[in-house]
Design a protein around this ligand. Structure first.
Ligand code: 2P0
Length: 325
């Protein structure tokens, strides 16, 4: 009972920022992302009768503590579903998501873990069911089941059965690029889980954020369909700014931005003044992701690399969905 899955991480263009159910991870809004080919996790799950506990090896290192508990608790979900209580597994993961790049490895990590576990247990889940399972490991991970452009439908039901990802456009629909701009930055002190919860519970701006989302989502999907880069970039950038604005209205207020974050935002605005279509988006951390078209790569890279505080720029194309090795 052994299987290996590979899943890529994703970057949200319309952000997921808040839960209505923390236990089974149900969001307060639908979100939309693009899957990235440069960053992925490969995970092998091997269930063996003789094991007395799960083991988790990440990049050749045995893991204990909180990350181990997260994995073993997550496997428990599958064991219950498959009626396989007491059947433990060896989990081996290889993470090709540089932590420094500011991508949560949880997206590719939980997608690959879900895929490999379901395959190893021969559950024959379709992608919708797999996405539902993945969501319960980490919300954004449910979008990594598919390649290309992906929406996570928030759903309305209390049991989460209608909250899962749906593919919007495949990997080969549109060749856009995403540069992950790595900054010299301090450790963040508010995790995305904590930040999201504080914002939902206390931010004076949270209702305003929720109100504008359905329109952002409709418009960006229309833009993706027509491959209208200016439209998609402008909506994504504005949506990111709105998400980050909600953190300033929280109690106590906080921000993920640092001075270097703002320097990159300025570089992107400068690029646009020079006639180059580039747009930024930022997740729950200081690093910036820049969207641009392949023909502008040289100029975009030049400007980004010359920006104060930038240590590395990693380029990604649009990636594919989960696969089994
Ligand atoms: C996103 N983020 O849509 C948003 C934008 C961060 C900012 O999803 O608590 O690791 O595991 O469901 O998915 C980061 O949070 O949170 C995130 P959990 P997750 O990509």
């Amino acid at each position: 009972m052994r299987a290996t899955a590979k899943a890529h991480t994703n970057i949200a263009l319309i952000k997921y920022w808040g839960k209505r159910n923390e236990e089974i991870i149900l969001p307060t809004n639908s979100s939309l992302s693009v899957t990235l080919d440069a960053f992925y996790t490969e995970t092998t799950v091997h269930f063996k009768e003789e094991l007395e506990r799960d083991t988790f090896i990440l990049n050749d290192q045995e893991i204990s503590g909180v990350p181990y508990d997260q994995v073993t608790n997550y496997l428990e979900l599958f064991r219950s579903y498959a009626d396989q209580k007491g059947l433990f597994a060896e989990v081996h993961s290889l993470n090709k998501v540089p932590t420094a790049a500011g991508f949560a490895s949880s997206a590719s990590g939980f997608a690959a873990l879900a895929g490999a576990t379901a395959k190893a247990l021969q559950l024959n889940l379709d992608d919708t069911a797999l996405s539902r399972f993945t969501r319960q490991g980490s919300g954004s991970a449910c979008r990594s089941i598919y390649g290309g452009f992906v929406q996570w439908e928030m759903g309305t039901l209390a049991d989460g059965s209608d909250s899962y990802a749906i593919p919007i456009a495949p990997q080969d629909h549109w060749d856009i690029r995403v540069a992950a701009v790595v900054l010299t930055a301090k450790e963040k002190d508010v995790s995305s889980r904590v930040g999201m919860k504080r914002t939902v519970d206390t931010s004076a701006f949270y209702d305003g954020w929720l109100e504008t989302l359905p329109r952002d989502l409709e418009e960006i999907k229309e833009g993706i369909g027509r491959r209208d880069f200016e439209k998609v970039g402008a909506i994504a950038e504005a949506n990111c700014l709105k998400m980050h604005a909600t953190t300033l209205g929280a109690v106590p207020p906080f921000t993920y931005w640092q001075d270097t974050t703002m320097s990159v935002m300025e570089t992107v605005q400068q690029l646009r003044k020079e006639g180059i279509s580039a747009y930024f988006t930022i997740d729950a951390g200081p690093n910036v992701k820049v969207l641009y078209l392949p023909e502008d790569e040289e100029k975009v890279m030049q400007k980004l690399q010359a920006t104060n505080g930038v240590t590395e720029v990693i380029v990604s194309k649009v990636g594919e969905g989960i696969s089994y090795l």
